[in-house]
Design a protein around this ligand. Structure first.
Ligand code: AMP
Ligand code: MG
Length: 342
């Protein structure tokens, strides 16, 4: 699927969700100001209101551009591209902070999300959109290069063993979202919503004081399967439908199980994580997708510091108990059975 097509599809979904968000606002509520643009290999849509809205949107777009310049694996001058070709480098404060975060999340999730998975992501052609199915021998040769424990981070100096490369795509958008909301707070903005691809992050509530209503996508049709009502929370989704290709009747998606080097085959089509930090939710959406519902439930019970919605390849919907009140199936899906993890 081409990036342009996915931008348009994401734009259409974003527009539909924006209409959903604004439909109920009373006439006297402040108007939302919107900004849409492609960045970080996805489609971004930002909305806010109030006297600082224009400045806030400008600052956010600038900040996303700056972070993309540091973190892109395809832009040759980025911190990450330099590191991946040179094996050892001194990176910017921001890049060092995000690498430290990604390594910490790798440790906490038992390596389900792991920034060193990049050699496998590349082997399947997801970086350059030159899709292919690597042989088992090729993957076997790459697996020893994958493992967050081999990355050395000393202040701002990063060292990688020969052949090991980093990909921060599983955490960068959530982390960038946290940065933007911090910027907005500094500017005195009290409410807004960011849609950075499958990442939604909210500040405060809607202009009329009601919660933001975020759609959970129906993986089959692309419509809205359910809604979540949230304030000041991130709602981050990892879905196999976001990037995939087909060969000989088989679908291959972009979320790789670092233990096999293959697209994760955990019985899920999407995981949506709800929590305070965009970066944390982003790392977890990828990790829980790799883990599957069983392992993910145990992980949730151990900390109970986030909530999640799981949609299985069989259409089964499972939520954690903190979402009982805010999760609502929509229209044609309203009869679907929902399992609750407690
Ligand atoms: P997300 O959309 O947040 O789930 O991130 C998926 C992106 O992160 C993919 O497009 C890859 O670039 C990269 N990726 C895929 N699998 C993993 C994994 N298990 N751990 C870390 N990064 C991954
Ligand atoms: Mg993620």
């Amino acid at each position: 699927m081409s990036v342009v097509r996915s931008y348009f599809r994401a734009a259409a979904v974003a527009l539909a969700l924006c209409l959903l968000l604004t439909a109920c606002a009373p006439a006297e509520a402040p108007r939302l100001l919107d900004r849409q643009f492609p960045a970080m290999d996805t489609f971004m849509s930002l909305s806010t209101w109030g006297e600082h809205a224009g400045t806030a949107l400008d600052a956010a777009q600038r900040e996303i551009g700056r972070l993309e310049g540091l973190l892109s694996v395809t832009e040759r001058s980025s911190d990450l591209a330099r590191l991946n070709t040179g094996r050892s480098d001194t990176v910017s404060d921001d890049t060092a902070e995000l690498i430290a975060f990604a390594l910490d999340m790798a440790k906490r999730t038992g390596g389900a999300v792991d920034p060193t998975v990049y050699p496998a992501v590349r082997a399947w052609g997801f970086t350059a959109q030159a899709y292919r199915v690597p042989t088992q021998a090729e993957l076997d040769a790459l697996l020893p290069l994958i493992g967050w424990q081999s990355v050395s981070l000393d202040g701002k100096t990063v060292r990688l063993p020969a052949g090991t490369q980093l990909d921060l795509g599983s955490v960068a958008k959530g982390w960038a979202g946290d940065r933007i909301l911090a910027l907005w707070r500094e500017l005195g903005v009290t409410g807004g919503i960011l849609r950075l691809g499958g990442n939604v992050q909210t500040l405060g509530s809607k202009p009329d004081g009601s919660p933001w209503v975020v759609g959970v996508r129906d993986p089959d049709g692309g419509g809205v399967l359910a809604t979540l009502s949230v304030r000041d929370l991130a709602v981050v989704t990892s879905g196999s439908y976001e990037r995939f290709f087909e060969r000989d009747g088989q679908l291959y998606h972009h979320i790789i199980d670092p233990s096999t080097g293959r697209p994760a085959d955990s019985g899920l089509v999407s995981v949506t994580v709800v929590g305070e930090s965009g970066a944390f939710c982003d790392a977890l959406s990828t990790a829980l997708f790799v883990m599957g519902v069983q392992r993910a439930s145990e992980f949730w019970r151990a900390g109970r510091d986030f909530d999640a919605v799981f949609i299985g390849t069989d259409g089964r919907v499972t939520i954690t108990e903190g979402l009982r009140d805010s999760f609502k199936l929509t229209g044609e899906f309203s009869e679907r059975e929902v399992q609750v993890i407690s």
